[in-house]
Design a protein around this ligand. Structure first.
Ligand SMILES: NC(=O)c1ccc[n+]([C@@H]2O[C@H](COP(=O)([O-])OP(=O)(O)OC[C@H]3O[C@@H](n4cnc5c(N)ncnc54)[C@H](OP(=O)(O)O)[C@@H]3O)[C@@H](O)[C@H]2O)c1
Length: 175
C-alpha cells in the first residue's frame, strides 16, 4: 500500500502563512492535481477550510477526508475522521492497492511522517516568511528516487524542484 505525502516547501521549510500558501506556482498546482486526481486525499480541518475558501468547494474528483477532533464536524461530500490513522483506513476501504495522499497542513504532515512511505516534495527555491513549517526530512529514513527542475519564468516567480522520496524501511503501520 502506498501512503504518500505531497507538499510544497520553501528552502526554510515554510509551507503556510495566515492560513494559506505564500506563493502562486501554477505548474505546481497542475502537478498536485495530476498526482492526486482520482485518489483519496487526507487533510487537516484547517487545510480543508482554506481550500474551500479558495475554491468554494472541496477538491473535485477526489475523495476528501477531513481529520478533526470535533465530533460534530460536517462537510458536504466529505468523509470525517477523528484521527489520521482512521482517515487512512477510510482511504483504503474500497481498494487496498490504492495510493492515498496526505495533503497537509503542518499539524497533519508532522504526524504523517511516521505513517507514509512516499513523499512528493516541491522544493521552492526561496526563503519565505511564514507561520507553518514542514518537518526536517531525515536522510536516514528517506531516500531520494527522482528529481525534476522547474525554472522561474513570467508565471513562476521562483524556481522549484519536484523531488520524490521513498521510505528506506518498511512501514510499521498496518490497516
Ligand atoms: N505548502 C503546502 O504544500 C501546503 C499544503 C497544505 C496546507 N498548507 C498550509 O498549511 C496551513 C494549515 O496547516 P495547520 O498546521 O495550521 O493545520 P492543519 O494541519 O491543516 O489542520 C489542523 C487541524 O487538524 C485537526 N487535527 C490535527 N491532528 C489531529 C489528530 N491527530 N486527530 C484529530 N484531528 C486532528 C485539528 O482540527 P480541529 O481543530 O477541527 O480538531 C487541527 O486543528 C495553511 O497555511 C495551509 O495553506 C500548505
Amino acid at each position: 500500500m502506498r501512503i504518500s505525502i505531497i507538499v510544497a516547501a520553501s528552502e526554510n521549510n515554510v509551507i503556510g502563512r495566515d492560513g494559506s500558501i505564500p506563493w502562486h506556482l501554477p505548474d505546481d498546482l497542475k502537478y498536485f492535481r495530476k498526482k492526486t486526481e482520482g485518489h483519496p486525499v487526507i487533510m487537516g480541518r484547517k487545510n480543508f477550510e482554506s481550500i474551500v475558501k479558495a475554491l468554494g468547494k472541496p477538491l473535485p474528483n477526489r475523495e476528501n477526508i477531513i481529520v478533526t477532533r470535533e465530533s460534530t464536524y460536517e462537510a458536504d461530500d466529505c468523509e470525517i475522521a477523528s484521527s489520521l490513522e482512521e482517515a487512512i483506513m477510510y482511504g483504503h476501504k474500497d481498494n487496498d492497492k490504492e495510493e492515498i495522499f496526505i495533503i497537509g497542513g503542518g499539524e497533519i504532515y508532522k504526524q504523517a511522517m511516521e505513517l507514509s512511505n512516499y513523499l512528493y516534495l516541491t522544493r521552492v527555491h526561496a526563503w519565505i516568511a511564514g507561520d507553518v513549517v514542514f518537518p526536517e526530512i531525515d536522510p536516514e529514513v528517506w531516500e531520494e528516487v527522482e528529481r525534476e527542475e522547474h525554472p522561474a519564468d513570467t508565471k513562476h516567480k521562483f524556481a522549484f524542484t519536484y523531488i520524490t522520496y521513498k521510505r528506506k524501511n518498511r512501514l510499521h503501520f498496518e490497516v
